[in-house]
Design a protein around this ligand. Structure first.
Ligand code: URA
Length: 234
């Protein structure tokens, strides 16, 4: 059934407990499902089931999947003492508190950001093993040197790293604007690649993740639920 998951996984998602800590408490008798005590962490719960855990009552909900047009100035987090957080843009959505960002964009980066409650789905998108392409529109600070494009295409050994970046795809949009597709998600990856190639990023906007593009109907700060076809892309 869609939205079904193991009891230990559901409890850990709801309470930000590790799976093993949730499993330990379940085996010790902390949980029940629809009024029945359950000590097996692998038991499947489905949307609509009522789970008791310690003294809490939790209703199993379907997984949530959204795309957000991230505006500049927001951090990819649930809480931050100094900056507005992405999750505040979802505050009208039921269950949004359980969501996490699928990878991170820098505070000044704009564009497509996915958020979900589904940890396995987000792992499939962010894991380097799956080679999911992410397309960014990069605006350069300066005119590009002749070696910028070949360096991006070949891969660049970034400072402090052991392996060069995987080959990226480049498509020029204007003299100082290019669409860059990368298949990894290293820390500040694009800014560091562009810097290593002798330029700087003036603006960065994510257009797409794999075959999923930012919905042009979404203004910065707006979000919408993904369709089942979009969820199934990953
Ligand atoms: N690369 C960066 O440098 N920043 C981002 O936000 C995303 C990719």
């Amino acid at each position: 059934m869609p939205g079904s998951r193991r009891l230990d996984r559901f409890v850990s998602e709801c309470l930000e407990l590790s799976r093993s800590a949730a499993g330990k408490e379940i085996r010790a008798g902390a949980a029940g499902v629809n009024g029945m005590p359950i000590r097996d962490p692998a038991v499947k719960v489905s949307p609509g089931d009522l789970v008791s855990f310690r003294d809490l009552e939790l209703t199993v909900f379907d997984q949530l999947y959204f795309m957000i047009h991230k505006p500049a100035g927001y951090v990819c987090a649930n809480d931050d003492p100094a900056h507005p957080v992405i999750m505040s843009l979802l505050s009208d959505e039921w269950g949004a508190g359980q969501c996490h960002c699928v990878g991170r964009l820098d505070i000044d980066t704009t564009g497509l950001l996915l958020v979900t409650t589904d940890g396995q789905w987000s792992h499939r998108i962010t894991s380097p093993r799956h080679h999911t392409g992410k397309i960014y529109r990069v605006t350069l600070e300066h005119d590009p040197s002749p070696d910028l494009e070949p360096m991006l295409r070949q891969g660049i050994l970034l400072q402090g790293e052991k392996r060069p970046t995987a080959p990226a795809e480049v498509s020029w949009v204007a003299d100082r604007v290019l669409d860059l597709t990368i298949h990894e998600g290293r820390y500040h990856q694009i800014k560091r690649m562009i810097h290593a190639a002798g330029n700087e990023v003036a603006a960065l906007h994510r257009l797409a993740i794999g075959d999923l593009s930012l919905d042009p109907a979404l203004a910065p700060g707006e979000h919408r639920a993904l369709t089942s076809e979009e969820i199934a892309l990953f």
